[in-house]
Design a binder for this molecule. Sequence first.
Ligand SMILES: [Zn+2]
Length: 250
Amino acid sequence: MGYRLFPGFFKAINGIHTTFYIEKLRSSIDRKTSQDLSRRLGLAKPLAVMEQVHSNSVLVIKSALPKKQEIIQGVDALITKRDDVILGVYSGDCVAALCFDQEKRVIAVFHAGYNGILSDISGKVIYRMIHEFDSNPRDILIQTAPAIQSCCYNVSDARDNRVQRFSSQFGDDAIVKQGSNAYLDLRYALKRQLTKHKISRKNMLLSRECTACSENDYPSHYRTKFIEKKKQREYTLFSTIELTHDGSTT
Ligand SMILES: [Zn+2]
């Protein structure tokens, strides 16, 4: 599968390296145990993978993971200060976010679709980083993988009141209107939310690339279902972050 290393904030800060790469995976065979996935990707450390249920539940990993780590059920965000674990997050239109507190050397991932953003998953992650690791939001860097953007995310037919909920929480700019169609701007909403939680603009690297229409042919649930009219998307994006000390070759 195509392997892409995304340049970003997380190259070498304060003697700690983090890596951020995105892998295109066949979704049907990769959601077994994280050990299978880890082996396929050739990762040297145990990998923490979440079930991702569009919740705002956060898990803090404090002890070493067993080699045969199961998928972590019921959560959409992980935080750790450990350097012997890799945090992973799947996505295929939703926002996959990687976070790094460069002072306290804490990393986190979260998965946020419209439900996660409405239920403030980023705020929950930042809150836990502050309360459990004494993080200062000023030191937290956040980078996101390509996700569906307002060029494509048409929610005019959504049966829930998504448009109203987004505009009441994030303002009318979170919705792009074109004729009778309404498009959600998840990136804008997340940016507003992160700003509210005191993350500085210069510390946000929120991808503008659209999974549904990019020439890079990213996996997109929306494109598969609503444009190509296929049943199941074949691939998924997988982003990871880990702490590695200087001199390491990961
Ligand atoms: Zn698009």
